[in-house]
Design a protein around this ligand. Structure first.
Ligand code: NI
Length: 175
């Protein structure tokens, strides 16, 4: 397994539309393992393949939520290949989102709070489930990446420009 470099905005690859996975091969499973290692190391709770430069409809999620309040985070790795949203609730929820490709920046984004999704898992088996809460938010955020969309695209131009300015300043300070 390997920690892969994560692309950051404004890398043009992040704007690419990813192509469907044709077949779940051992090479794809290696990429999946590397994506988990990369996500845990970052650390983050979701990562799309395009964020490590691979334009395929593949993403990984692990909310790493503790079983009880104040407990140790528990790993529950989830793999989504060729995910599709088949139904969304009318009710929206607001979540303060961040993204490994827009490092250290956060903003509130509104999304449907419940979705029904269909995807292939790590073994290529078909799955369909209703998801809610943070998992629903996270999957929608990661699926946006497959369309070349970042969470900052959901903000007003003013807020987006503010974040990009802050990011540029933080990079200058770090350089
Ligand atoms: Ni992201």
């Amino acid at each position: 397994m390997a920690v892969l470099p994560i692309l950051e905005t404004p890398d043009p690859l992040l704007r690419r539309i990813s192509s469907p996975v044709e077949e779940v091969t051992p090479e794809l499973q290696t990429l999946i393992d590397d994506m988990f290692e990369t996500m845990y190391a970052a650390p983050g709770i979701g990562l799309a393949a395009i964020q490590v430069g691979v334009p395929k409809r593949l993403l990984v999620i692990d909310l790493q939520e503790p079983e009880e309040e104040g407990g140790e985070p528990v790993r529950r790795p989830l793999v989504f290949i060729n995910p599709e949203i088949v139904e969304t609730s009318d009710h929206l929820q607001v979540y303060n989102e961040g993204c490994l490709s827009v490092p250290e920046m956060y903003a509130e984004v509104e999304r449907p709070d419940r979705i029904r999704a269909r995807w292939l898992d790590r073994d290529g088996s078909s799955r369909e489930e209703e998801l809610d809460g943070l998992l629903a938010i996270c999957l929608q955020h990661e699926m946006d990446h497959l369309e070349g969309i970042l969470f900052i695209d959901h903000l007003s131009r003013l807020k987006r420009d503010m974040i990009l300015k802050k990011l540029a300043k933080a990079r200058k300070l770090a350089a």
